[in-house]
Design a protein around this ligand. Structure first.
Ligand SMILES: Nc1ncnc2c1ncn2[C@@H]1O[C@H](COP(=O)(O)OP(=O)(O)OP(=O)(O)O)[C@@H](O)[C@H]1O
Length: 876
């Protein structure tokens, strides 16, 4: 082969190899590049993936952080809500029922928010009530009512919230389990007819709180309470359960509207069930309109047993807090250090601010009226007042006259008794068992008037105007202040008769002039409103400027002052400005009733100053015949006066000085006859019993008289006596039992002799005490229908009525007198203006025949059962 060919081939081969090599190189290069690119791409991808992962992680972390933050914020907010909720609704306002208990110590001064259920997320659902807002509960949500009430009452100080329930459909049944609160006076069930009164009272309460408590300085009672830590007035919650507000009378609707507008600030809130109350938030089973858009779930109601025990615990705590004041808190540390020159000031209880409330009697106010229905604590208040007075002032500074017209013995503890021989040294007079004997009241007032007169004379002598001046000017005499207490004084003024007339005149005089002479009156009554005699005399009432109204007292305070309607048990409204509302002092009173608390106090006072002891007016006591003999006068019975003096009949020698005992009450007639004879000195006694029933007594009297040395003449018949009297020498007292039985057997001539003896006898020292068993019989014996009664100057009427006695008295209608056991009416025409009441003496001890039969003694009285006497009684 040619070289060139060979060379060409070689060259081609070389070139091909070169190209191939280049191609290979290029290929290798391309492959390497590709690998790099791939590698780089892979790397970029993996880097991207890594970054993505990182980003995802960062994102995840950020999300977790945000989540956590959100959760934390939510927790913080929830905690804040709970904190806030528990600040406003703590303890009993929100506690779950299984652990619920009323707050009795750490109570809230203002009304809390009240839990009714929960919102989603377990946040408590709270409603506003006391001090905050009224509330309407939908009929369907009525189950929330007991819980709301229990929480509302259980979270404030017991007694600070009063509930008034008007429930015309079920008449209180709805809240029957709350009964213990009713007994404590914290829950009032308003009857269908009581609505108006309640509304009026609450409206008045709002007015008073606005005027007296808020007084333009505070916006609400809650503000006052928040500032002082205690509420000055209790709150009131008016619950209107299915009350059909739409059917109400306009007047009631208007009052309710007033309460709705103005009540909350003054502590009066309204809760309606089944009615919408304008402007009040509404609670349904799922919502509360004050929390718009918030679904709520109501709690189950409290178990009935929890309501009862809770209510009882609140009532108990209320009772304790009202009574943690004791009588000894009122007493001074050292007894008897007070000086009464300018007045008598003592604490009686504790005010709402916790400070003592004083009662003052002096120049102003001089006298006090105490009122309150039965059982509200008048007697207790008087006990507390008497204890405070007598431990502060000694008898030389203070004397007490204590009279109780109740059927009872309230003041008996102040006089010596069978078991306790001590008495209250300050007591000058104690009246017990007075009941119908209004004359005891008169006697006390007359005595005080006498005292007033003496003081006025002394003041004149010493040129003193007031007691304090008299005491300075006349240091040798004590001139104590006198306090006269008359419990249930309305008894004294209850009839339209001469006793009332005189009592009112005496009270008027004492009230007006007693002020400056240190004589003070305390009159207590269940119902001052009903005392006509008093309210007809505004000037008399005006003197009693210290008023103490116990719960529900009527008319004692000013007409527009209704504070007594809203005070709790064992409290009083003390008012020294004649009942003007701005002077009200709501006062918690201690229990002063227990004899065991009082006895050691009296013992201590008595040991220091016992003195002579008080005069005792005991309506059940029958006095014994006094020991003193007389030759001029005969005792008839004991007068009702402070000295307990005998009423006497003088045996002077003027015509007609005879005494007729009139009536059918044998034992008392016998006693009057015996009294007449048993203390007569130097006079013979001629005895004549005209009825066999009196023979025994006449003989016992004859024996007793003879034993005393009295000359006794016995006559079997009245005729013998009337024939015999002119023949007797010396003074003689004829005692004739059942005269009318004797005259029934006499002819006209013999009766004329009897009249002659009565008319002429006295001038010849022959006096007759005769017992007639009725006014008509006496009149018959004195000459018939038109007879004059000149032959008997004096008479003692037993069971005759006042009108029957008209012919025997100067007044046309006869005296006001109705028969009472062991009381007689005595009149002596020569000495008396009007007849007076006497208590016939018990003469049985003098006759040695035991106590009178009506006291269960051994004396059997045949006269009482005799046919003649029964006839006589019929004739009456
Ligand atoms: N402040 C008080 N604390 C505790 N108990 C009291 C208080 N006040 C009164 N009581 C009790 O209430 C009851 C009635 O009181 P009190 O007899 O004083 O009433 P009253 O108004 O005089 O009643 P009445 O007119 O029927 O006699 C008594 O048992 C008494 O002990």
């Amino acid at each position: 082969m040619a070289l060139w060919k060979r060379r060409l081939v070689d060259d081609l081969r070389t070139r091909i190899a070169d190209v191939s090599a280049r191609a290979d190189a290029l290929d290798a290069l391309r492959r390497g590049e590709r690998d790099r690119v791939v590698r780089e791409a892979v790397e970029a991808i993996s880097e991207g993936e890594r970054k993505l992962r990182t980003l995802a992680e960062v994102h995840e972390r950020a999300r977790a952080t945000l989540d956590k933050r959100r959760r934390n914020t939510l927790h913080a907010q929830a905690a804040e809500v709970h904190r806030e909720a528990s600040r406003h609704a703590r303890g009993p306002a929100a506690q779950p029922w299984p652990v619920w208990r009323p707050a009795t110590d750490a109570c809230q001064a203002t009304g809390p928010l009240i839990r009714v259920g929960s919102t989603a997320g377990e946040t408590p659902a709270l409603v506003e009530l006391t001090d905050r807002s009224h509330l309407s509960i939908d009929s369907g949500a009525v189950g929330a009512l007991p819980g709301i009430l229990l929480r509302a009452m259980g979270s404030v100080k017991p007694g600070d919230l009063r509930v008034h329930l008007y429930d015309p459909e079920s008449l209180g049944q709805t809240l029957a389990a709350f009964a213990p609160l009713a007994r404590a006076g914290l829950l009032t069930f308003i009857g269908p007819s009581g609505l108006r009164d309640t509304l009026d009272t609450l409206v008045e309460h709002v007015r008073r709180v606005n005027a007296d408590v808020l007084a333009g300085q505070y916006g609400s009672l809650a503000e006052v309470a928040a500032r002082n830590g205690a509420t000055p007035e209790p709150r009131h919650l008016l619950v209107l359960h299915k009350a059909r507000l739409g059917d109400w009378h306009d007047q009631d609707t208007d009052q309710l509207a007033r309460l709705r507008r103005t009540g909350t600030a003054a502590g009066v809130t309204i809760l309606t069930v089944g009615d919408d109350l304008e402007g009040a938030p509404r609670l349904t089973t799922t919502s509360y309109s004050a929390l718009p858009g918030c679904a709520i779930e109501l709690d189950p109601p409290p178990p009935a047993r929890l309501i009862t025990t809770g209510a009882a615990a609140i009532a108990d705590a209320h009772h304790r807090s009202a009574n943690d004041l004791t009588l000894t808190d009122l007493l001074p540390e050292e007894y008897g250090t007070g000086d009464s020159a300018s007045g008598l000031t003592v604490p009686i209880g504790r005010g709402r601010d916790g400070r003592p409330v004083d009662l003052t009697l002096g120049d102003n106010p001089p006298h006090a009226l105490v009122g309150g229905p039965s059982g509200t604590g008048k007697t207790n208040l008087l006990y507390a007042w008497i204890a405070a007075l007598t431990t502060k002032y000694r008898p030389k500074d203070l004397e007490l006259y204590l009279l109780d017209f109740k059927e009872g013995v309230s003041f008996a503890r102040y006089a010596a008794g069978k078991r306790d021989r001590t008495w209250l040294p300050n007591a000058r007079l104690v009246g017990i068992n007075i009941n119908d004997d209004r004359e005891f009241g008169l006697a006390m007032l007359r005595h005080l008037k006498d005292e007033l007169r003496q003081r006025a004379e002394a003041a004149k002598r010493h040129e003193a105007v007031k007691l304090s001046e008299l005491r300075r000017a006349d240091p040798d005499n004590d001139w104590p202040r006198i306090v006269a207490v008359i419990d249930e004084f309305q008894v004294l003024l209850e009839n339209r008769d001469s006793v009332t007339e005189e009592a009112v005149a005496l009270l008027d005089d004492l009230a007006r002039r007693g002020r400056s002479q240190g004589i003070h009156l305390i009159l207590a009554s269940q119902d001052v409103a009903g005392i006509e005699a008093l309210w007809g005399r505004p000037s008399l009432v005006a003197q009693f400027s210290l008023r103490i109204a116990l719960p529900k007292a009527r008319r004692l305070l000013a007409d527009n002052n209704h504070a007594a309607d809203t005070i709790p048990r064992h409290h009083a409204v003390v008012n020294a400005e004649s009942g003007q509302a701005e002077a009200n002092q709501i006062t918690a009173l201690p229990d002063a009733g227990g004899a065991e608390t009082w006895r050691p106090i009296q013992q201590a006072l008595w040991e220091r100053d016992s003195g002579r002891g008080p005069v005792l007016f005991d309506g059940e006591d029958i006095p014994a015949l006094p020991r003193r003999d007389d030759d001029q006068s005969i005792p008839i019975g004991q007068t009702i006066d402070v000295e307990g003096r005998p009423a006497v009949f003088r045996l002077s020698r003027s015509p007609g000085r005879n005494l007729a005992v009139i009536g059918t009450r044998t034992a008392e007639a016998h006693d009057v006859l015996a009294s007449a004879a048993l203390r007569l000195r130097g006079t013979a006694v001629a005895l004549c019993s005209c009825d066999s029933g009196s023979d025994a007594h006449a003989m016992a009297l004859a024996a007793a008289l003879e034993a005393r040395g009295t000359e006794v003449h016995w006559y079997d018949g009245l005729e013998e006596l009337t024939e015999d009297w002119p023949r007797r020498d010396g003074p003689v007292l004829n005692l004739v039992y059942a005269v009318d039985a004797g005259t029934a057997r006499m002819d006209a001539a013999a009766r004329a002799e009897l009249r002659a003896m009565l008319v002429d006898g006295p001038e010849n020292r022959c006096h007759t005490v005769g017992w007639w068993r009725g006014v008509p019989r006496l009149r018959d014996d004195l000459g018939g229908y038109s007879a004059r009664f000149d032959a008997v100057d004096g008479w003692v009427a037993l069971d005759c009525h006042g009108s029957e006695l008209a012919p025997l008295t100067p007044s046309n209608n006869g005296p006001t007198w109705y028969p009472r056991t062991r009381r007689a009416l005595y009149f002596d025409r020569a000495h008396h203006r009007v007849p007076g009441v006497v208590i016939p003496y018990d003469t049985a001890p003098d006759l040695d025949i035991g106590p009178p039969a009506f006291l269960g003694g051994p004396l059997t009285d045949p006269v009482r059962d005799s046919p003649v006497l029964e006839g006589a009684a019929d004739a009456q």
